[in-house]
Ligand binder design. Structure first.
Ligand SMILES: Cc1cc2nc3c(=O)[nH]c(=O)nc-3n(C[C@H](O)[C@H](O)[C@H](O)COP(=O)(O)OP(=O)(O)OC[C@H]3O[C@@H](n4cnc5c(N)ncnc54)[C@H](O)[C@@H]3O)c2cc1C
Length: 601
């Protein structure tokens, strides 16, 4: 695997130059921090990745978790990494001081997750899942729950999970049937099945704490009847000892990629003795879970961009040393072969990857920055950031997830036949990255969320606020003659977006819900491309400012290289919206009209 798997220079460019993340330290909540602290966090993440994660990247893929004697066995490094993550304060890094955390901005911890995920995505998810599960207890649980679970979850001794999916309820969570029967003893008796639960059991930890969705007996049907429970694998008895909580592993799935992390089938209450502890109020479980899911969705987008980053650097290294063919203009067969990076088409593949990775990362930091400001602002400003975060979360999850697959594919293509073989890591990245459009909600479901809910919510207010933000960037970019054409092109792209949005919302107003939402995945794609173009224009302003100085050497190369990636995105990716807009405006309804039996031959 390549020595380089992320660009630290690019991370710092985004954090400090584009998103000026140190501005946050002007607010009391973040005042103990500084750029020096943030740099130390990034350095520590790099060290941990190089020491613990990178060395077992392939090994964890080749030795996937197995179900043996009623328990899931994982690679020994998982336990080591969980402890190291606990000792290093990574699991609760962005929790408040009151909760024992370090009050680090989400944007900074996200940058650290990017490093971990690029080094070894499978390993990186274990602490992340624990952090997310504990967040639900922090936000909605009782003090007693915090006392019981926090210390050992934050130390990495106990794993956290989010347990929602059931055989009949994947995308459609309203159909879950796991039952919670109230008792007079302060707990509920749980009975049911959960499938595909990440890290739901393994021997790298001493216990597993499931944050689980279930329906209380006689609850209203649908999403309004879903509640949230803490269901430990081993509960704590009156003497503080651990006793088995009747949570059985009934199976493990073997996956295409992302093999170092198990997905597990659980059976609850086989012996009628599985206790669940209600978190917050009854029937509010899905609303609570959405808080975790929104954070997790940003992390999924980030994981996709991170794998694409590692694949890109592996491809880049290869293209610099692989001699093959001669330049298009050189006809003389006696001339030496050139490294393939000299070929325009190979440079196209590399630029494609860079434009996707760095554009996606920028969008993800944009979202985490909204979340960081949401924490410290009040009133209208806070509402504005909340709306933007809400609107953009499905885009920040789906665009990187979908595009990272294409990006890794192009990385693999750069290696030709070797890309397809397991002597090089590209084939593993290609398998690993495929999960992202599936977990944390499929792309199809996020398309429906974006168009069917987010665009129209509060009479289109979030959409309007978003357009204002993009226009601010357009206005700032307008001051730079070198950005004239891209500034105009983004303005035109917004006109296209408005035109398509009005057209589709028109169907909703006429009550034609089918036509409104039939092509929402395409709308999500169009929206995502424009969103990332906005992020690139934002970066381009910073690039221009830097290039006004007399730069030389590596710094000049960095900004000039970024400038090419920016121009690539506008020349090669943004134009793709025309085709999408054409299909969306046509609204032919063929996917609505096509019927099951016509799919036969
Ligand atoms: C590796 C992995 C890790 C996972 N980790 C977890 C976890 O930790 N916790 C957890 O609870 N779950 C987890 N899951 C489950 C995951 O969230 C679900 O697989 C996902 O939500 C899709 O559900 P499904 O598999 O049942 O697919 P389905 O819901 O059956 O969807 C199949 C296809 O139909 C489409 N579709 C479904 N309904 C609609 C609709 N109404 N309109 C349009 N299209 C639709 C989908 O977009 C998809 O393309 C994990 C899954 C995997 C593979």
């Amino acid at each position: 695997m390549a020595e380089t798997f992320i660009s630290e220079r690019n991370l710092k460019f985004l954090l400090y130059e584009v998103f000026t993340i140190t501005d946050l330290t002007g607010y009391p909540y973040y005042e103990d921090h500084s750029q020096e602290v943030f740099d130390m966090v990034l350095d520590a993440a790099m060290k941990l990745s190089k020491d613990l994660l990178l060395p077992v990247f392939e090994e964890m893929d080749k030795n996937q978790p197995e179900f043996v004697d009623g328990q899931i066995k994982v690679h020994p490094r998982v336990g080591e990494f969980m402890r190291a993550a606990g000792e290093g304060g990574w699991i609760n890094a962005n929790y408040s001081y009151d909760a024992g955390g370090q009050q680090l901005p989400l944007t900074v911890t996200l940058a650290a997750h990017f490093i971990f995920s690029a080094a070894n995505y499978s390993a990186s998810v274990y602490p992340l899942l624990t952090s997310g599960a504990a967040r639900l207890i922090e936000s909605f649980g009782t003090e007693e729950m915090k006392e019981k679970y926090f210390a050992r979850m934050f130390s990495g001794e106990w794993q956290g999970t989010m347990a929602m999916t059931e055989p009949q309820a994947g995308s459609s969570l309203s159909d879950i049937t796991t039952l919670a029967e109230p008792t007079d003893n302060g707990y509920y008796n749980m009975k049911g099945q959960k499938i595909f639960i990440s890290a739901a059991d393994h021997d790298g930890v001493d216990n597993v704490i499931h944050l689980m969705l279930a329906k209380i007996k006689d609850a209203p049907p649908g999403v309004r009847g879903i509640s949230l429970f803490v269901v430990p694998k081993q509960r704590i008895d009156e003497n503080g000892k651990l006793e088995f909580n009747d949570v059985h592993v009934s199976g493990i799935y073997h996956k295409l990629g992302y093999r170092g992390s198990p997905i597990v089938q659980l059976s609850l209450g086989d012996n009628g003795d599985c206790r669940g502890y209600l978190v917050g109020e009854p029937h509010k479980g899905l609303t609570y879970m959405f808080q975790l899911m929104n954070e997790a969705r940003i992390d999924v987008g980030l994981g996709a961009a991170a794998i694409a980053s590692a694949a890109y650097y592996a491809a880049l290294e290869y293209t610099r040393v692989r001699p093959q063919g001669r330049r298009l203009t050189d006809k003389d067969p006696t001339l030496p072969q050139v490294p393939i990076i000299e070929h325009a088409d190979v440079k196209r593949m590399l630029l494609f990857q860079r434009s996707i990775i760095e554009g996606s990362l920028s969008l993800l930091f944009q979202c985490s920055q909204y979340a960081d400001y949401e924490k410290v602002l009040t009133g209208e400003e806070r509402k504005r950031y909340s709306l933007l975060l809400d609107l953009l979360t499905p885009v920040a999850k789906s665009y990187p997830s979908e595009m990272a697959i294409l990006s890794v594919s192009q990385g693999l293509q750069c290696l030709g036949g070797y890309g397809y073989c397991d002597e090089f890591p590209l084939e593993q990245y290609y398998r690993d990255v495929r999960i992202h459009p599936i977990h944390e909600g499929t792309t199809g479901i996020h398309g429906i969320t974006l168009l069917g809910r987010n665009i129209t919510m509060q009479k289109g207010r979030a959409y309007k606020v978003y357009l204002e933000e993009v226009h601010k960037t357009i206005q700032s970019a307008g001051e730079y003659p070198a950005l004239q054409s891209q500034t105009r092109e983004l303005g035109e792209a917004l006109d296209v977006l408005n035109d398509v949005t009005q057209h589709l919302v028109g169907f909703a107003q006429e009550g034609k819900v089918g036509l409104f939402l039939a092509d929402s995945t395409l709308y999500l794609e169009l929206f995502g491309i424009i969103c990332v173009a906005w992020q690139w224009l934002k970066q381009a302003i910073t690039i221009r400012k830097a290039l006004e100085h007399n730069l030389s050497g590596a710094e000049a190369d960095f900004y000039n290289g970024k400038n090419y990636a920016f121009r690539y995105f506008f020349d090669y990716e943004l134009p793709k919206i025309s085709g999408l807009a054409k299909t969306l405006k046509k609204s032919s309804g063929i996917t609505l009209a096509m019927t099951d039996h016509l799919f036969t031959d």
